[in-house]
Design a protein around this ligand. Structure first.
Ligand code: FAD
Length: 338
């Protein structure tokens, strides 16, 4: 049986590795970093189905995940929407999730090399799941940290500011610990101020900044990323990519992790056929690309359009008016974006 090499041990890479191992395929994962660790992420999964997680063999890892059922959206200081999700979103910290997947992969006989940065070059049998491609000119900045002492009343909160948005998600069943994660526009930092509070103030979200200042931030959980490029990623044509490395949905959807798992599901059968010798590498890549386009193209295009609306003033005014007057088709959008 041919071996599959996976570059990047995040959600797409580990879930694919587990699924391939369950079918007896030899798998090596090369991961640039170590486990466990905090990741910039809103830490709720919108959209993924039990069937997808079953196919990948990882559904039991989510047995005790939180189930988020409702959301509140603010535009600046104003509450504009309170709605039920059309399907509960799963909640778990990335510290926990990535570590559970790592353990499962190794327990199924997968070979994992940490602190091992792969070179981005196309080669037969290599699947690139190393996350988004770095876009040096990007003005987007992602920040996240865990807080205690911030009350959410069981809701997922989304706050929209000027050119930014930020989500608050309970990550413990009693709501005592909350993940705070946002996408901001880069700007001059105020020295000595917590970077999340600083970014909120620059976005005109002073009320939320004051609320978080009353809580306690877990300093070790504070993480940031820049160079974020949304939508299709500019990768080498002949590279077999999955997850964020293939295309990145705007984070407000909470659907990126689902897409990482779904992309592993799309690639699974073509890769098994390749490993068993029933398909060549070029044909395998074509089948994977077609499956990914079919599954994600419309979803990501709609999300990119809404992301633009959320980050320009005219778009925000229109969305806010539609939400407040009750004509925003939230349930329809939620289904389409997950
Ligand atoms: C601000 C923000 C908030 C978000 N919030 C949410 C949310 O609430 N819900 C949601 O579903 N999604 C969210 N996302 C998106 C989600 O985090 C990603 O879609 C998801 O992590 C993608 O998984 P992945 O496996 O493709 O990549 P990753 O999880 O990023 O994994 C890639 C892995 O590759 C490794 N790597 C990188 N380079 C190399 C190399 N050269 N060689 C070897 N290894 C390498 C990295 O260390 C990493 O472990 C958010 C994203 C951002 C930016």
């Amino acid at each position: 049986m041919r071996r599959i090499e996976i570059a990047g041990g995040g959600l797409a890479g580990l879930s694919l590795g587990i699924a391939l191992r369950r079918r007896g395929v030899p798998v090596l994962i090369r991961e640039a970093s170590v486990y466990p660790r905090h990741r910039v992420c809103g830490e709720f999964i919108n959209g993924v189905t039990e069937e997808t997680l079953e196919v990948l063999g990882i559904w039991p890892l989510f047995d005790d995940a939180l189930r988020h059922r409702a959301t509140r959206w603010w535009m600046g200081e104003r509450l504009i929407l309170e709605a039920e999700l059309t399907r509960p979103a799963l909640g778990m910290s990335r510290w926990e999730m990535d570590e559970r997947l790592r353990e499962k992969f190794e327990n199924t006989g997968g070979e994992l090399r940490t602190n091992d940065r792969a070179i981005c070059e196309a080669k037969e049998g290599l699947v690139w799941t190393a996350g988004r491609m770095l876009q040096k000119k990007s003005e987007l900045l992602g920040l996240k940290a865990h807080f205690e002492g911030v009350e959410l009343e069981g809701f997922l909160e989304m706050h929209i500011g000027e050119g930014s948005y930020l989500g608050l998600t309970p990550i413990t069943a009693d709501g005592s610990r909350v993940n705070v994660c946002g996408l901001f526009r880069k700007g001059a930092r105020t020295k000595g101020v917590n970077p999340i509070i600083d970014a909120l103030q620059r976005s005109g979200l002073d009320g939320l900044a004051a609320r978080l200042e009353k809580g306690r931030m877990d300093q070790k959980s504070l993480t940031g990323i820049s160079g974020i490029q949304l939508g299709e990623q500019s990768v080498k044509d002949d590279l077999c990519t999955l997850g964020d490395a293939e295309r990145m949905i705007p984070p407000f959807t909470g659907n990126g992790m689902s897409m990482a798992f779904e992309s592993a599901e799309c690639a699974l059968q073509p890769l098994i056929d390749y490993a068993e010798g029933g398909e060549d590498w070029t044909g395998t890549q074509e089948r994977i690309r077609e499956a990914l386009d079919l599954r994600f193209q419309k979803r990501v295009n709609l999300a990119l359009m809404l992301h633009r609306c959320l980050t320009i003033r005219a778009g925000r005014v229109t969305l806010s008016a539609a939400a407040r007057s009750g004509v925003l088709p939230f349930a329809w959008l939620h289904r389409r974006l997950s």
